[in-house]
Design a protein around this ligand. Structure first.
Ligand code: SAM
Length: 242
């Protein structure tokens, strides 16, 4: 049920996504807190717990936006390093300002780059993450293959993304919240209802847990596993490059 949303034309998706994040960059962190009532912070902590960062590791944080994953990674393993990669410079600029405020400049690089054509050599990072980014990418399988390519053998890929609610009854409430409340918050706080309608739609169109796991395996990830968060509102998928 699409509640009147028109499907996004794939040839226009990249420019739509760019416009969305250009327009929300300065309010992105506040919006995240309001829309998820702060729960995105817990999910990001769960992701970092599963990664268990270690000294000396190098992280590539794809679609890293304003830096939440890179910062948590570096806070857990201060001698590690992270590359915050995003296609949108406005988001990276907010990320750089936040890094300065947090005093987290050592070991952090910024890369403007597309998940579907990562500007990094093969086998160059220990851990690769994409948090709430994969659903914005035009060709998911291309991005998955790229993220595997840049991992060293023995490296791990983690995807944190909205997923399919698995708790009967709760899915109805979640639909109601998504289609009635979120776009209102979007128009009131960000002044951009369309941007938030796109976000709701992109969440609904993203492959559910088992399909994403199968697509990760299809590009060569091994030992693919996932964990549901908050009844499946989000999920973390993990795969190894062996
Ligand atoms: N990872 C951050 C977080 O969890 O808060 C930011 C997530 S934000 C919802 C999605 C990000 O994906 C945006 O910063 C956007 O610019 C970026 N993005 C969208 N398409 C991309 C692509 N093809 N390659 C790299 N980044 C992309």
């Amino acid at each position: 049920q699409w509640f009147g949303f028109k499907p996004v034309d794939p040839s226009k998706k990249a420019s739509l996504v760019r416009d969305v994040f250009d327009s929300v960059a300065s309010r992105y962190d506040l919006m995240n807190d309001l829309m998820s009532v702060g729960v995105h912070r817990l999910w990001k902590n769960d992701l970092i717990d599963w990664i268990a960062p270690r000294a000396g590791q190098r992280l590539l944080d794809v679609a890293g936006g304003t830096g939440d994953i890179s910062f948590r990674f570096l806070e857990r393993a201060p001698t590690a390093s992270a590359a915050l990669c995003d296609i949108n410079e406005a988001m990276l600029r907010v990320g750089r300002d936040r890094a300065i405020d947090k005093g987290l400049l050592k070991g952090l690089d910024y890369i403007v780059g597309d998940a579907m054509a990562l500007p990094l050599p093969d086998r160059s990072v220990d851990v690769c993450t994409i948090a709430f980014g994969l659903r914005n990418v035009t060709e998911i399988d291309k991005a998955l293959a790229e993220m595997r390519r840049v991992l060293k053998p023995g490296g791990r890929f983690f995807c944190l993304e909205f997923s399919q609610v698995k708790v009967p009854g709760f899915d109805k409430f979640y639909d109601w919240y998504s289609f009635n409340i979120l776009p209102h918050i979007g128009s009131k706080v960000a002044g951009d209802r369309e941007a938030y309608q796109y976000l709701v739609e992109s969440i609904r169109r993203f492959p559910p847990q088992d399909e994403l796991a199968a697509r990760m395996a299809a590009v060569g990830f091994e030992k693919v596993e996932y964990r549901n968060l908050s009844g499946g509102i989000a999920a973390i998928h993990r795969g190894w490059r062996l």
